[in-house]
Write a protein that binds this ligand. Structure first.
Ligand SMILES: C[S@@+](CC[C@H](N)C(=O)[O-])C[C@H]1O[C@@H](n2cnc3c(N)ncnc32)[C@H](O)[C@@H]1O
Length: 424
C-alpha cells in the first residue's frame, strides 16, 4: 500500500459504495477504478473489498453495540471497511485515521467523522476477540429466504459456509488432466476438471500462453459434457461469451457457432479461441433474432441471476435485491422456445444457468415440458457424465449442483443443467 494507504482505502470505500448504494456489481466498476492504482494497491483493494463483502453480516454485528442507530450507507461502509481491517490484524491507528479522513472529505457526511473515529477506536481498543469464531455470515434475507424454501435450513448453512470460504480456481484442460494437475500442483476433480492451488498467477502458469487449458468452474464444465458433442456435429452455443463452453465444444471437434448479444464479451471469446487455437463461427447477435436453424445440438447458457457464483462474487447479494429476476426468467423462456425452432428433429437442447433458484432451473424445465409436451428430458445424458453423484439428479431429470456439494474438495459453483430432446 502507498505510504498512508489512503488511495487504496478511498478506492475500496468508493467500490463498496457502488455496490451497496448504487447497486452496481464489482465486475462493472472495479476494472476502471483499479486501473488508477499501483499493482500492490490493486491487490489490497481487492482483498479488503471482497473480504468486507464476505464478512458484511459479521462486521455489522461487531459495529452494532457501538452505534445508537445505523448511519448513512457511505459512513457505515467506512466503518465496515475499518472494522474489517482491524479485525484482520491491521494497525488500528493508521486504519482509524484513514477512514476518518475519508468520511471527513465527503461533504454530505463529514460531520460524522467524529462518530467514525469513536467507533473504530472502540473496535481497535476492544478488538473482536471472537472474530474468527463468529457465526458464518448469513446471506441477506431477499435471497436467503427463497433458498431456504428451495433447499432447507441445513443446506443453506452449507451454502453460506461455502460462500464464506470462497472458491478455488478450476481449469478445463484440452487433454491429460492428470499430467496438468501434476505440472501445476493441482488436483484432478471427480468430473475431470483440475483445481489449482491457492494464490497462483494464472498468466504465468505453464500451459496458459500455449492455450492448453482455460479457467472454468468445475460445475460450469458439465453443461458441455451433458451435450456430449460429436466430431463434425453442427452445434449452436447460445449466450456463449466469454466462451468457456464454446472451447469445450470446439475441442471435441464440433462445428460450433457461438452467439452472444454482447460485442465486448465476444471480443474476449475471440481472444480465448485465439489463445487456445480452437475454432468457432463467432456471431454477435440477439439469440431471439436468429433464423438459420438445422442444428444437431444447442447449448443455451441463459442469462440468469448468477446466484450460483456468490462464492466468487460476494458483491452480488449486496448489489441486487431480486427485483430484476422476473425479467430474466421471462428471457430464459423466450430464448428456450426460440432455440427449439433452430434445432433439427431429434436434436438435443442443453439448458443451463449458474443459478441456485429453481425458478431458473427445475421449474423452467417443468414449464418447458408443459408448453411442449412432445419434448423428452434425457436423463441418460446426465447420468453419463463422469464423476457426478446420482443424488444430484433431480425429479424432472436435470442436474442440480450446489456450492455445499464436494465440501471436502472445496465446493463448486451452483448450477442447473438439463438436456431435452426434440422428437425425430
Ligand atoms: C452466463 S453468460 C454466458 C457464459 C458462457 N456461456 C461461457 O460459458 O463462457 C450469459 C450470456 O448471455 C448473453 N446474453 C444475454 N441476453 C442475450 C440474448 N438475448 N442473446 C444472446 N446473448 C445474450 C450475455 O451477454 C452473457 O454473455
Amino acid at each position: 500500500m502507498t505510504q498512508t494507504g489512503l488511495a487504496a482505502r478511498r478506492t475500496a470505500h468508493s467500490l463498496l459504495n457502488s455496490v451497496t448504494e448504487d447497486q452496481r456489481l464489482l465486475s462493472e466498476v472495479m476494472p476502471a477504478k483499479l486501473s488508477r492504482l499501483e499493482a500492490d494497491d490493486r491487490a489490497r483493494v481487492q482483498r479488503i473489498v471482497t473480504g468486507t463483502l464476505r464478512s458484511m453480516d459479521r462486521l455489522d454485528r461487531v459495529l452494532k453495540p457501538h452505534l445508537r442507530k445505523r448511519p448513512a450507507g457511505p459512513v457505515q461502509n467506512a466503518l465496515r471497511l475499518g472494522a474489517y481491517e482491524i479485525c484482520e490484524g491491521g494497525a488500528g491507528h493508521g486504519v482509524v485515521n484513514a477512514y476518518v479522513e475519508i468520511v471527513g472529505r465527503d461533504k454530505k457526511n463529514a460531520k460524522l467523522k467524529g462518530l467514525v473515529n469513536a467507533v473504530l477506536r472502540k473496535v481497535a481498543d476492544e478488538g473482536a476477540p471472537n472474530w474468527g469464531k463468529m457465526p458464518v455470515p448469513q446471506l441477506p434475507k431477499w435471497i436467503r429466504n427463497p433458498l431456504i424454501d428451495a433447499w432447507g435450513n441445513k443446506a443453506i448453512a452449507g451454502i453460506e459456509n461455502a460462500h464464506f470460504a470462497g472458491a478455488a480456481i478450476d481449469i478445463t484442460v484440452k487433454s491429460d488432466a492428470a499430467g496438468w494437475a501434476e505440472k501445476l500442483g493441482g488436483t484432478v476433480l471427480p468430473t475431470g476438471s483440475v483445481r489449482l492451488p491457492a494464490g497462483v498467477q494464472l498468466s504465468a502458469l505453464d500451459g496458459f500462453a500455449s492455450g492448453d487449458w482455460w479457467v472454468q468452474d468445475a460445475s460450469a464444465a458439465l453443461a458441455a459434457r451433458a451435450l456430449a458433442p460429436q466430431a463434425g456435429e453442427k452445434v449452436l452455443d447460445l449466450c456463449a461469451a466469454p466462451g468457456g463452453k464454446t472451447m469445450q465444444l470446439a475441442a471435441a471437434g464440433a462445428d460450433v457457432t457461438a452467439v452472444d448479444i454482447s460485442a465486448g464479451r465476444m471480443e474476449r471469446l475471440s481472444e480465448n479461441l485465439t489463445r487456445t487455437g480452437l475454432k468457432a463461427n463467432v456471431v454477435v447477435a440477439d439469440a431471439l433474432q436468429l433464423t438459420e436453424g438445422g442444428y444437431d445440438a444447442i447449448l443455451l447458457d441463459a442469462p440468469c441471476s448468477a446466484t450460483g457464483t456468490i462464492r466468487r462474487h460476494p458483491d452480488l447479494p449486496h448489489a441486487k435485491d431480486g427485483s430484476e429476476f422476473g425479467e430474466l426468467f421471462e428471457i430464459q423462456i423466450q430464448i428456450m422456445d426460440h432455440a427449439l425452432t433452430l434445432l433439427k428433429p431429434g436434436g438435443r437442447l442443453v439448458f443451463c444457468t449458474c443459478s441456485l433458484l429453481p425458478d431458473e432451473g427445475e421449474v423452467q424445465i417443468d414449464d418447458l415440458l408443459d408448453r411442449h409436451p412432445d419434448l423428452t428430458v434425457n436423463t441418460d445424458a446426465i447420468r453419463a457424465i463422469d464423476g457426478i453423484d446420482p443424488d444430484w439428479i433431480t425429479e424432472e431429470g436435470g442436474l442440480r449442483l450446489r456450492p455445499d456439494y464436494w465440501r471436502d474438495l472445496g465446493g463448486m459453483d451452483g448450477f442447473y443443467i438439463a438436456v431435452v430432446t426434440k422428437p425425430a
